[in-house]
Design a protein around this ligand. Structure first.
Ligand SMILES: C[S@@+](CC[C@H](N)C(=O)[O-])C[C@H]1O[C@@H](n2cnc3c(N)ncnc32)[C@H](O)[C@@H]1O
Length: 304
């Protein structure tokens, strides 16, 4: 199944603003929906660099790069943004976007092991060329740490008993086995939600270091933006959205004066100006239910 890009025009329009050339970055290429629209708005001197961890996304990106000399795909995490761009002699860029989380092909292909809906090997790695699979990771992790992860990243109330059941089950090799263990351990099923939804989300976030990557990415993105350059980030769950919101808040607000009553000159350390936050339209949600939980946040780099 292909990927339907979420908040496509909203994101790209906000990113380019009134520009028609420059250097732009897509932190999450996926199947290239946002990148392709971005390229269509830029002239022949522009450059677009896209990142993805996923070898399948990389292959699609390589095909696009062969067609369009303005484009390059980078097989790396956006957490390594500055290093990868500097290795290409890029010191500053005109806009950076990211559309976080997993793509539809990752979720829908049983062999990627992300989903309890399609039985497959218990993998869940975005970059399946390296690192531990979910099956290997579950064997290594301590029960208490697993419970904390399910609680924090899955916002799952029954994290302790689910973690206990997973560790008691021992080696599991398929997504169906894990889904069944969680289902049996879960005392209270939510309406219209598989009882393993939250646990799968938590394990996926942990093994792909999704929140750490976003935390590393955001300050680098601001460092790399030229004045008036835009940052546009789409998130799909509250943990990620909170990180982005708080980061933009901190970078766009004057620090409090902690002068203990002494006269003190306030230093303006603000680097961003808030531009917008956007939810998918009713029409988009109807056409693509995945967009229901999406939030786009946009900010602009201030002159240093
Ligand atoms: C929601 S999809 C992006 C879809 C894309 N905007 C499109 O229109 O086709 C997210 C993609 O980001 C990739 N990804 C997630 N976290 C990443 C990270 N830290 N670094 C690089 N790629 C990442 C995933 O592998 C996935 O392909």
């Amino acid at each position: 199944m292909s990927h339907i890009s979420v908040l496509l025009h909203e994101t790209v329009d906000a990113l380019v603003a009134d520009k028609n050339t420059g250097i732009f970055v897509d932190g999450t290429f996926g199947r290239g929906g946002h990148t392709r629209l971005l390229l269509s708005k830029l002239d022949e001197n522009a450059r677009v660099y896209a990142f993805d961890k996923d070898p399948q996304a990389l292959a699609v990106g390589a095909a696009l790069a062969a067609e369009d000399p303005r484009f390059e795909i980078i097989h790396a995490s956006f957490a390594d943004l500055s290093e990868e761009l500097k290795a290409r002699q890029i010191e500053a860029v005109d806009g950076i976007m990211a559309d976080l989380g997993v793509s539809s092909p990752q979720l829908d292909q049983a062999e990627r092991g992300f989903s309890f809906m399609h039985n497959g090997p218990l993998d869940m790695r975005m970059d399946n060329s390296q690192g531990l699979t979910a099956a290997q990771w579950l064997l290594k992790i301590e029960e208490e740490d697993l419970a904390n992860i399910i609680y924090q990243y899955g916002e799952e109330r029954y994290s302790r008993r689910i973690a206990r059941a997973i560790k008691a089950a021992g080696e599991m090799t398929t997504t169906a086995e894990l889904a069944e263990v969680v289902k049996q351990a879960h005392p209270k099923w939510e309406k219209n939600k598989h009882p393993a939804t939250r646990t799968f989300q938590a394990i996926r976030i942990a093994i792909n270091k999704e929140l750490e990557d976003v935390e590393h990415f955001l300050p680098q993105a601001v460092d790399m933006l030229k004045p008036k350059g835009r940052l546009a980030v789409i998130s799909f769950h509250s943990l990620e959205d909170r990180l982005i919101k708080q980061f933009i808040q901190k970078e766009s607000t004057l620090p409090e004066d902690h002068g203990w009553g002494l006269p003190q000159k306030q230093v303006d350390t603000r680097r961003l100006k808030k531009i917008d936050r956007v939810k998918a339209s009713e029409q988009e949600v109807k056409q693509n239910p995945r967009s229901r939980s999406a939030w786009l946040r946009v900010a602009e780099r201030l002159a240093p």
